[in-house]
Design a protein around this ligand. Structure first.
Ligand code: SB7
Ligand code: NI
Length: 183
């Protein structure tokens, strides 16, 4: 199982590399990697397991964060939220996006960043995405809100991008033109 000791932190070169596409059928270890990423998220959101294994709660995690430079990530938005979402995405792509932007008014964090970085992280408000499941099935879906933000945060990790790369350096809380913020 993945533990916090397996999560690499900013400064590690893998977080700035472009991760490699996977080929199908997936190898046994790549399939296991995808399952381990999802298991980590579920464990991290379980009060007992996160306490027992000292896990920082996460709603997403990308393979480069455990030093596997492969285009695969998992996201798991709790099912008690108004729109649950849970999947492992292989070779994910954004195929189209809105002009309108969005951002979380509380900013973003990252399992690979052991500090608070304040500021708005502007992202596409609505995205149409494509990815493959671990079994090689192609999925296409439209995302908005926190789901869209989370997908973009994880896809960034596959391209060596950190959330704070998007924050306005001269004014972290500068107004974002044509945006619909999420409180
Ligand atoms: O890469 C996953 N990650 O480091 C965990 C936090 C994910 C996340 C947190 C806030 C807003 C968007 C995404
Ligand atoms: Ni992250």
């Amino acid at each position: 199982m993945i533990l916090m000791d397996n999560v690499i932190r900013e400064g590690h070169p893998t977080l700035r590399a472009r991760a490699k596409e996977l080929t199908f059928p997936l190898s046994k270890e790549d399939k296991q990697l995808g399952q381990d990423l999802m298991e980590f998220l579920i464990n991290s959101q379980d009060p007992e397991l996160s306490e027992k294994y000292d896990l920082r709660s996460g709603i997403g995690i990308a393979a480069p964060q455990v030093n596997e430079s492969k285009r695969i990530f998992a996201l798991h938005l709790p099912d008690d939220s108004d729109n649950p979402l849970s999947f492992v995405a292989v070779n994910p792509k954004i195929v189209s996006h809105s002009v309108e932007k969005t951002y979380l008014t509380n900013g973003e964090g990252c399992l690979s960043v052991d500090r608070n970085v304040d500021g708005f992280v502007p992202r596409h408000a609505r995205i149409t995405v494509k990815f493959f499941t671990l079994d090689g099935e192609e999925k296409k879906m439209r995302l908005k809100g926190l789901q869209a933000i989370l997908f973009q945060h994880e896809l960034d990790h596959l391209n060596g991008v950190m959330f704070y790369d998007h924050i306005n350096e001269s004014n972290p809380f500068a107004e974002v033109p044509n945006s619909q913020p999420i409180v």
